[in-house]
Design a protein around this ligand. Structure first.
Ligand code: C2E
Ligand code: CA
Ligand code: CA
Length: 714
């Protein structure tokens, strides 16, 4: 045997070692001779398959691969391929398919050139195929996620300056590799000037000193659209020499836009916050502290006086003859006059003193840190003389005087509201004594206290005599014209004085047990009324005003549960509590808990008089109420007062930001309604829609409302 020829034995050993299946196909008589490995590849022993022929192969071939196999065979027969090479799936005995590379060749032909015998082999390539598939899917996934994240890549070869972009980078630039051939200079030329400067400096630092970067830039796309992009740079070194730069390229336009929007709405919120704080604490005309801030300052002054053991004077100032000025010269001059008077007062008081506007031409002055009453009397005397000199407005000479009542703490050891009331009463005495003078409250002979007791007794009697009743005022959705609620408002049908507004009696009982009792009666009454209406087929949610003091009362939840139990056909989802803003809220945490307990019963909450108290915004954050009710004082004037309009607008935006609904009260005309709709507030309540009315008038009003055209026509 020739030395250089491989023996038959070696041939067989190689075939065995490489695990190839070998076949020899006699095309003419359809005989197929195979080795054991050929059968084993598809899970059989050769004997199981006997007799093996072309059909055997067809039987295991994946149907989808047949066309490819035929084409390949034809191609080979036509002499167009040296080897017949084919990747096919063959069915394994266990049912799954195995990938096989089949390589074959014709070795004898008949007269017409058709193969009569072919030989070849099978090699299993399942593993390789799986890897390929996996790679294809991960590549696809990567492509997709880059597209979703608008995340492209780039690479710069530092030897030849060749810049490569990934598909997504082209897409971000709104172009294709066919249309655009990127270079560093060309790419930079699309950047906006500031961005270009930053980018070129960063790139230079990366090339010169290997400094990596992460930048946010503004650029134009090839089509000229402005976008925001983030790009990073990573330096790859080979043997200490920077070889290439690479990084990501990401379209962050949306994110940046979102961020800008967020910054803008934060700005709006901040401005609103300032406006609300001002509106809540200052009188818009004179810019003096209002009643709210006054109450706060009183509280602080009292605490300080107790701690430092010194005295406070609380003075009530009421102009004499201001009404005449208003009547004769009109409101504009009247307003200006008030401001000038307030300014004169300010010139004679000390820096730390609080001068507040209490109402029309009434002011309250707190003088704290006093060593003696005498010190206060001096200041008040200066107040009297400060306005002795004439005022000149539009060439008119105006004169006014002031009557002052004063009381002293701790000699008059009362709560802050009472102290003001005492000063007020002393002021009345000053008027009686001829005006333009100071009168001191006589706390030894306190008539006021007696007055308070008398009022309390009257109210209590009225309550026992069933003289109280509820009026109801509708709330509507101006978009749909639907009636969305009825607010219960208390009235006192007084036997001699007629129908009295809550302002006439609530202040006297607010902090008394009677106030709590009355509050309980209101809830009970409203629920009974709702059930009565239900029998008439009216099912509109009702709302009830509750004071924070009532909510804070230890028995509130128990009593509520009891009422709900006794009226068991009433669904708590039909009830809403309007929390009135008040400085009485002491324990916000506790109130928040009560609210959450009520909410579990299905009761809804709204924050009433929003914007008037000091703490509207902090309540909004701490108390999870469903609705914000914009106070009528802002709404009524918003058509001609731009500050009020800004506040209304702000509160609407605020409610959206906090995901609460918003309703406006004080909607006195359709013009108010239209303006509110424009600003995005759809819910409304006010005299323009309906005044509060007795319960008995409600069914007819509803009928009329529903039969009329929409309140606001589009
Ligand atoms: P509120 O809760 O802000 O009630 C709305 C008040 O605004 C009602 O006055 C209503 O008549 C009035 N109003 C409604 N629409 C307009 C409008 O378009 N223009 C104007 N100028 N006013 C409008 P009302 O009934 O005199 O009640 C006054 C306040 O008394 C209520 O203010 C609420 O704070 C309190 N209140 C009423 N009922 C109850 C009650 O049952 N319990 C408690 N705790 N407080 C109550
Ligand atoms: Ca209310
Ligand atoms: Ca209100």
């Amino acid at each position: 045997m020739h030395k250089n020829t491989i023996s038959q034995e070696v041939n067989e050993l190689v075939i065995d070692a490489t695990k190839v299946g070998v076949w020899d196909w006699h095309v003419e008589n359809d005989g197929l001779v195979c080795n054991e490995r050929w059968a084993e590849m598809i899970g059989y022993s050769l004997s199981e398959l006997m007799p093996v022929n072309y059909q055997t192969w067809l039987d295991v071939l994946h149907p989808d691969d047949l066309p490819k196999a035929i084409k390949n065979y034809d191609y080979h027969c036509q002499g167009q391929s040296e080897l017949c090479e084919l990747e096919v799936r063959l069915k394994h005995k266990n049912g799954h398919y195995v990938w096989v590379l089949s390589t074959g060749k014709a070795i004898t032909w008949d007269a017409e050139g058709k193969p009569t015998r072919m030989i070849g082999m099978h090699q299993e390539i399942t593993f390789r195929k799986r890897q390929e598939e996996l790679l294809a899917t991960t590549t696809e996934l990567l492509r997709e996620s880059q597209e979703i994240g608008k995340l492209g890549g780039w690479q710069l070869n530092l030897h030849d300056n060749n810049l490569i972009w990934t598909d997504e980078t082209y897409r971000i630039y709104e172009t294709t590799p066919q249309e655009f051939n990127p270079t560093v200079d060309l790419g930079a030329s699309y950047l906006l000037p500031d961005s270009k400067e930053i980018f070129l400096a960063a790139l230079d630092a990366a090339i010169q000193h290997g400094e990596e970067y992460d930048l946010e830039l503004e650029t134009y796309t090839i089509k000229g659209r402005k976008i925001d992009v983030r790009t990073t740079c990573h330096v790859t070194y080979v043997e200490g020499v920077a070889e290439k730069l690479s990084g990501i390229f990401q379209d962050i336009t949306d994110a940046i836009n979102d961020q800008r929007k967020l910054e803008k709405s934060n700005q709006v919120l901040k401005e609103l916050n300032d406006k609300l704080k001002f509106a809540a604490n200052y009188d818009p005309l004179t810019h003096l502290p209002n009643r709210n801030l006054l109450a706060d300052r009183m509280q602080q002054a009292l605490i300080k006086a107790q701690r430092n053991n010194n005295q406070i004077a609380i003075a009530f100032l009421d102009l004499d003859g201001f009404k005449e000025v208003n009547d004769v010269y009109g409101h504009d001059i009247g307003d200006e006059f008030l401001c000038l008077v307030a300014n004169r007062f300010k010139t004679v008081i000390r820096d730390g003193d609080t001068l507040a506007r209490f109402g029309g031409d009434e002011f309250v002055l707190i003088l704290d840190d006093l060593d003696s009453h005498h010190q206060a009397r001096e200041i008040l005397q200066r107040i009297l003389s400060s306005i002795a000199e004439e005022f000149i407005i539009e060439n008119k000479r105006l004169f006014v005087t002031v009557s002052i009542g004063v009381t002293f703490f701790p000699q008059d050891n009362s709560y802050s509201d009472i102290l003001i009331r005492h000063a007020d009463q002393a002021m009345y005495r000053a008027k009686e004594l001829g005006k333009n003078c100071i009168h001191e409250f006589d706390f030894e002979n306190d008539v006021a206290l007696k007055l308070q007791y008398r009022e309390l007794e009257h109210i209590s009697n009225g309550f026992s005599n069933n003289e109280f009743l509820l009026f109801y005022q509708p709330k509507i959705n101006m978009e749909t014209n639907e009636i969305i609620g009825l607010e219960a408002l208390i009235r006192w049908q007084h036997p001699t004085e007629g129908l009295l507004s809550p302002f006439r009696f609530l202040p006297y009982i607010e902090e008394e047990p009677l106030g709590i009792e009355l509050g309980k009666w209101v809830i009970d009454q409203a629920i009974k009324q709702h059930s009565e209406w239900r029998r008439l087929g009216i099912a509109i949610p009702i709302s009830v005003n509750v004071s924070p003091l009532q909510l804070q009362h230890e028995d509130f939840i128990n009593q509520l549960n009891e009422v709900l139990f006794l009226n068991n056909s009433f669904q708590a989802g039909q009830l809403e509590f309007e929390i009135l803003e008040s400085s009485i809220i002491k324990d916000t945490q506790h109130i928040a808990e009560v609210i959450s307990q009520c909410k579990q019963l299905g009761i809804r909450f709204s924050l009433d008089d929003f914007g008037t108290g000091f703490s509207s915004l902090s309540y909004l954050r701490k108390l999870s109420t469903d609705v914000i009710k914009i106070d009528q004082s802002f709404v009524i004037d918003m058509l001609d007062d731009m500050d009020d309009q800004a506040i209304v607008k702000g509160v609407i935006e605020l409610s959206k930001a906090f995901g609460r609904s918003v309703i406006a009260e004080g909607v006195e005309t359709q013009e108010h309604g239209r303006q509110l709709l424009k600003m995005g507030c759809h819910l409304a309540q006010g005299f323009g829609i309906a005044r509060p009315m007795p319960a008995s008038a409600i069914p007819e009003w509803i009928n009329l409302w529903q039969a009329s055209p929409p309140w606001i026509c589009k």
